[in-house]
Design a protein around this ligand. Structure first.
Ligand code: CA
Length: 452
């Protein structure tokens, strides 16, 4: 065992360039002795080496503390506390008390193998800086040592996962529903702007803002744009009834310039608050069984391409006929009926249901177009195309000169109304075009007349 200690100490002194007496030569001997430990167990040899050990050990210890002078080291071999005594039978490769060297004990609970201390964490756990963790679920060591999960996360199968609900994200220090949070819209920290004193909100993860009644939000410029119904006129309607007259005896003026002025009949209620612009009004229909707006002799009725637009606030779940056009020979020459499921008829009793339901007592913009060439019908609600179909009355030409009636379904030109088909609600901004409007045109009209 002496040789073991010599070996270790000499190694240390060699590193510090301090050699106790006899160390250099005995180092070689030690190595040999270490390798053949069975020899050192021989009786006389053992006693000799034991002596040598004690002396040298004392000297060495002092040397370590006063390493300044060689002379002290050798001159004063007095006895002080010695290093641990290692049994030669001990194996530095595997003994946790002397792991890699004499007296180099492993921390509590650790094993020794190959001269190094290690933590035996087994197959399930992993040693992270001296402690065993289950990396599959430990929050501070998730998947790998030191990989700490953020707050409101869980560690599952070695991955940090958000503990938030679906549709929520962890923003800063809380789970946020980013679909409707104005401070975290779509993604964390996306604050919705509110230009010009408007009110910002977040809908389906997209920033939006509400402008005042007579302006609409422009998401590109982030400004509130005043509604301007002249965009409708700019697309050249062949008839345009704004229904803003104030006296029941007034004509329902055709603002298109087409001179197809109409009449308020049978108890139409004027001066209803409208939404297109300040001061604009609309008309209420349905207070009486036959109330309607009649526009007779409409010579500008389109023949092969038509779009009809209006904005409407129709009573809930009422059949309501907004627009009918009848000629002498055809009472359903062009008909938009049933606000619950807007249905188009062209010269006949067969209709095309668009599925568009406006019978909910809210303002809506409706656009219906038809093209003779292919018989295509398109239906738009609030600027969104909800219906498209082909082949309806293809190659037919509508006959001009008939009568438009707003708010009633005609069974004969200008009359033959059925009470249950009457419109109940408010209608405004009725426009007829002799072409199929584009999506962009319709959306522009929606923005400027529905003002949203
Ligand atoms: Ca109006």
């Amino acid at each position: 065992m002496t040789t073991h200690k010599f070996y270790g100490l000499c190694g240390v002194f060699a590193g510090a360039l301090v050699f106790p007496a006899g160390c250099g030569g005995s180092g070689t001997d030690t190595t040999e002795t270490t390798e053949s430990s069975t020899q050192t167990t021989a009786g006389p040899t053992t006693s000799e080496t034991t002596e040598t050990t004690d002396t040298t050990a004392t000297t060495d210890t002092e040397t370590t503390t006063d390493s300044d002078t060689d002379t002290d080291t050798t001159a004063d071999p007095t006895t002080t506390t010695g290093p641990p005594v290692c049994d030669t039978s001990e194996d530095f490769q595997t003994d946790p008390e002397n792991c890699g060297g004499c007296g180099e004990a492993c921390p509590f609970g650790q094993m020794c193998a190959g001269g190094s201390c290690f933590l035996d964490c087994g197959d399930e756990l992993t040693d992270c800086d001296g402690t065993c963790y289950d990396l599959s679920k430990n929050l501070d060591n998730c998947g790998s040592c030191g990989n700490a999960c953020p707050n409101e996360h869980v560690c599952a199968a070695g991955e940090c996962l958000s503990a938030c609900e679906p549709a929520e994200e962890f923003c800063g220090d809380a789970c946020i529903n980013v679909l409707d949070d104005v401070e975290n819209c779509g993604v964390c920290a996306n604050v919705c702007p509110a230009p010009g004193g408007s009110e910002a909100y977040c809908k389906s993860g997209t920033c939006k803002f509400d402008c005042d009644l007579y302006s609409f939000p422009d998401l590109d410029s982030l400004t509130c744009v005043p509604c301007d119904s002249s965009v409708v006129l700019a697309d050249a309607p062949v008839g345009y009834w704004r229904l803003s007259e104030t006296d029941i005896m007034d004509a329902a003026i055709d603002s298109s310039g087409g001179m197809a002025h109409g009449m308020y009949k049978d108890g139409v209620v004027l001066n209803q608050p409208a939404i297109t612009q300040a001061g604009d009004t609309a008309v209420r229909l349905g207070d009486s069984g036959t109330s309607h707006v009649a526009i007779p002799g409409f010579v500008n009725m389109p023949s092969t391409e038509i779009t009809v637009e209006f904005i409407i606030k129709a009573a809930e779940d009422v059949e309501s006929t907004p627009f009918s056009y009848a000629t002498q020979n055809s009472d359903n020459e062009f008909l938009i009926r049933d606000a619950r499921n807007l249905t188009i008829q062209i010269t006949g009793d067969e209709g095309v249901q668009t599925g568009i339901d406006v019978a909910d007592n809210n303002w809506h913009h409706v656009a219906i177009s038809w093209s003779s060439a292919t018989g295509e019908i398109r239906g738009y609600l609030d600027g969104y195309q909800l219906h498209q179909s082909d082949g309806f009355r293809a190659e037919y030409s509508l006959v001009a000169g008939g009568t438009i009636v707003l708010g009633q379904e005609q069974d004969i030109q200008g009359g033959g109304f059925d009470d249950f088909q009457r419109m109940v609600g408010i209608i405004d901004e009725v426009a007829v075009f002799d072409k199929v409007l584009t999506d962009e045109q319709i959306q522009s009209h929606v923005a400027n007349t529905l003002c949203e």
